[in-house]
Design a protein around this ligand. Structure first.
Ligand code: ADP
Length: 751
């Protein structure tokens, strides 16, 4: 194991502790303490360039080429403007951004070494740009025009030739920094890429940032609406907190957190109380601004009275969290794990975890936090985007060494030390499933708002980046979830002072290409078609076989399995964990059921908030109002909770009660109704009570609806609750779900 190089640069404090990092959201990386004027080192904007002096690429190596975007770091899957005073490599900036990747047959090794490498690659890139291969600029437009025509021609061929399976089509025009890894994956799968979009619909749309990157009405898109909002630090903390209220032991993998500014008094009071009860407790807290990324604006404090905290509370919402002081160390360094998780479907819930991930290392030996070392980011923060600027950062072409390694290499090492790696994996799987269970209720609210049932829209899947810290005792702790984990497969290298170049990163390529390729294999729209037709074939075959059995083995037909499009590809790197382990986790999905009630009463399609009438209807239909709880009290409850949640600055665009507020009101009602039970039992009982009454109501309405249809009446008269009864409204709840999935099915298989 290579030891870190001695620091060639000033420590963050000496360096003035401030640096700017470019990333997709244009966020600034502030090192601690934030004294931006004295810069001991320089962070440069990295333009697209290549270096061939690549370390050996391990497997599935294919072409690399045109870079798009400058996002950096594990979080950097977004485009950003180059910031600061930066010099760029000469080869960069000549329209390279739009250059399409160099074609290289999949599996053919990259050319390496100085001679055939750098110069040749650069010349190639310039050549292509001169020929106008980039999408930007006049030359690019011409090329695009040509490309479209060519695509049109090819499109005609696609599947047009008799007997040939049509290729899956992928729009990669918005892929941004994941473009490179996506291209390699598509080549391996032999799918058809549309780098500049397509007039006809594609099967899959690959977005770099969000669901809304493009207007799509069919096919599949690799983002869920609302995911970016859901995994922001405050929203995630809230969602996990709700689950912690219900199941404190099951959700103890997330550090104790407080949301600022509104919970500042609570933070102060709780810390004081804990210190009083245990004077030996010497905590450290980490303050993370909401919406920050790549370590942006993060700092450590020892006490709630710290001036940096009190000074910025009102200006920047943040999460303050208990700092994990005893992380597991490897080579005396703190590290975290980036795991890739595929949320393949929300309804029904389907989750896959990649068998391998990345471990990102700090670059200064770890010491438990003290007032003296609190500011040393290279010791406490594992962000790649920060540590890459340390003189100790080690780029390695070996997955077992360096500042970024594969997670499997860490597991091997732990296993050789006798650690129970199986248990660790099981804990990680459990952490991932529980976290997604915490996120799904609100995601469903976003989903129905953006893709209402009955309207054309795509189906969604998404690769998430889970950042996990292992404690000394090997317990995994969730740090955060990234909606846009960086899928870049290159890193930047300083060739000479101020001159940077992007070079392939074998570690990133090994992990990320497999994740993208296997995600595509799992969502392959033709696989379902094949499965369906296989089922039919099997039926025929089994019928035929019954006849053939009599004829003897020699007469049986042979089925050629070697022609499968997946032949030759490695086995899937993504492992299904849900519904596989659903039985163990379904009891946690209470808020999901509360969200189903919420969505039912939202009424107007496309909204995310419940109005007062919807809330009253919910109370009335579920028979929750009685002499002890009048409709006037219902209104007061609605107003109180809604006002408080809206004052927290959550989505002011719409008025009404958000899901989290509804959940709070629901918990309130549950506590009122079932006094002596633990909270999760109170909530489960109330859910059951509501679902029972709604099912009865649905039944009644169905009968009523049938009678009306019999009378051929266009208007449904039974509107006791004031709701206009659309067909969806009087479909029983379970049937509505079936209708939703039917629509989803329909959407995902229209080409
Ligand atoms: P960002 O999105 O800005 O990267 P993170 O929540 O990932 O924010 O935190 C940045 C880094 O800070 C992490 O990679 C980890 O090294 C460290 N960190 C975050 N939270 C904790 C914590 N509770 N205890 C210890 N270290 C933490």
């Amino acid at each position: 194991m290579a030891a870190p190089r001695p620091s060639e640069m000033a420590s963050p404090e000496e360096a003035g502790g401030s640096a700017r990092s470019q990333n997709g959201r244009g966020c600034r990386t502030t090192l601690l303490p934030a004294r931006r004027s004295e810069r001991g080192y320089r962070l440069t904007a990295i333009g697209p360039s290549r270096s061939p002096s690549a370390a050996p690429l391990s497997w599935q190596q294919a072409g690399s080429g045109g870079r798009q975007g400058h996002g950096r770091g594990e979080r950097g899957g977004m485009e950003g403007k180059a910031g600061g005073t930066r010099r760029r490599a000469a080869a960069r900036g000549r329209g390279r951004r739009g250059c399409p990747p160099r074609r290289r047959a999949a599996g053919r090794p990259a050319r390496r070494g100085a001679a055939g490498g750098r110069g040749a690659v650069r010349r190639g890139a310039r050549e292509r740009c001169r020929r106008g291969a980039g999408p930007q600029g006049p030359a690019g437009r011409t090329a695009r025009g040509r490309g479209r025509r060519a695509q049109g021609r090819r499109g005609g061929e696609e599947g047009g030739r008799a007997g040939r399976r049509p290729r899956v089509t992928v729009d990669s025009s918005k892929a941004k920094t994941s473009l490179e890894a996506l291209k390699i994956s598509l080549r391996q799968l032999r799918w058809k890429e549309f780098p500049f979009g397509r007039r006809l619909p594609c099967d899959i749309y690959w977005h770099g940032v969000s669901f809304h990157d493009n207007d799509i009405f069919s096919g599949q898109v690799n983002k869920f609406p609302g995911m970016t909002e859901m995994v922001r630090k405050i929203t995630l903390s809230r969602a996990v907190r709700t689950m912690q209220d219900l199941f404190p032991l099951e959700y103890n993998f997330y550090p104790r957190s407080w949301i600022l500014p509104e919970e500042f008094p609570l933070f102060v009071a709780e810390v004081r109380m804990m210190k009083d009860s245990d004077p030996s407790w010497k905590p450290t807290f980490i303050v993370k601004p909401d919406g920050g990324c790549q370590g942006d604006g993060i700092y450590l404090i020892k006490d709630p009275s710290d001036i940096r905290l009190t000074g910025s509370i009102q200006s920047r919402p943040a999460v303050v969290q208990e700092y994990i002081c005893k992380p597991l160390l490897v080579d005396k360094l703190k590290f975290d794990i980036r795991l890739y998780v595929l949320l393949k479907s929300l309804e029904p819930l389907e989750i896959y975890i990649a068998k391998d991930g990345l471990s990102r290392f700090c670059t200064e030996p770890y010491q438990e936090p003290t007032l003296k070392n609190l500011h040393q980011v290279f010791m406490h923060l594992t962000n790649y985007s920060l540590n890459i600027h340390s003189g100790n950062f080690i780029h390695s072409d070996n997955v077992n060494t360096g500042s970024k390694r594969t997670f499997s290499s860490i597991l091997c090492r732990l296993s050789s030390r006798g650690a129970d790696v199986k248990k660790l994996w099981s804990d990680i799987i459990s952490l991932v499933i529980k976290t997604i269970i915490a996120l799904t209720p609100e995601l469903k609210v976003y989903y129905q708002s953006d893709i209402p049932v009955g309207k054309p829209g795509p189906t969604c899947f998404q690769i998430l980046g889970f950042d996990i810290l292992l404690m000394k005792n090997l317990k995994p702790m969730l740090l955060e979830v990234n909606a846009n984990p960086s899928m870049r497969i290159e890193h930047e290298q300083e060739l000479s002072p101020g001159v940077f170049e992007n070079v392939p990163s074998p570690v990133d390529e090994e992990v990320k290409v497999a994740v993208i390729r296997d995600t595509l294999r799992l969502v392959d729209p033709q696989k379902k078609k094949r499965k369906d037709s296989q089922c039919q074939t099997l039926e025929h075959v089994s019928e035929a076989n019954e006849e053939l059995l009599d004829a003897g083995p020699a007469d049986r037909p042979e089925y050629d399995t070697t022609k499968s499009p997946e032949a030759g590809l490695p086995s899937l790197c993504l492992k299904q964990v849900f519904p596989k382990y659903a039985k163990q986790f379904n009891y946690l999905r209470l808020v999901d059921r509360v969200a189903a009630l919420f969505i039912r009463f939202l009424g107007v399609k496309g909204t995310k908030k419940l109005g007062p009438t919807g809330f009253r209807t919910f109370i009335r239909n579920c028979k929750l109002s009685n002499s002890n709880f009048s409709m006037a009290s219902v209104d007061i409850l609605y107003i109180d909770i809604t006002r408080r949640w809206n004052s927290m600055g959550i989505d002011h665009k719409e008025s009404g009660m958000c899901l989290q507020a509804f959940v709070e009101a629901f918990f309130c009602l549950a506590q009122k109704k079932y006094k002596s039970l633990p909270l999760h039992e109170q909530v489960a009982s109330l859910i059951h009570f509501c679902e029972y009454h709604l099912a009865a109501l649905d039944e009644k309405r169905l009968v009523c609806g049938r009678a009306i249809v019999d009378r051929r009446s266009a208007v449904v008269p039974c509107q006791a609750d004031g709701l206009h009864l659309t067909p969806a409204a009087y479909t029983p709840l379970l049937n509505r779900t079936a209708t939703v999935s039917k629509f989803a099915d329909y959407r995902s298989h229209r080409y």
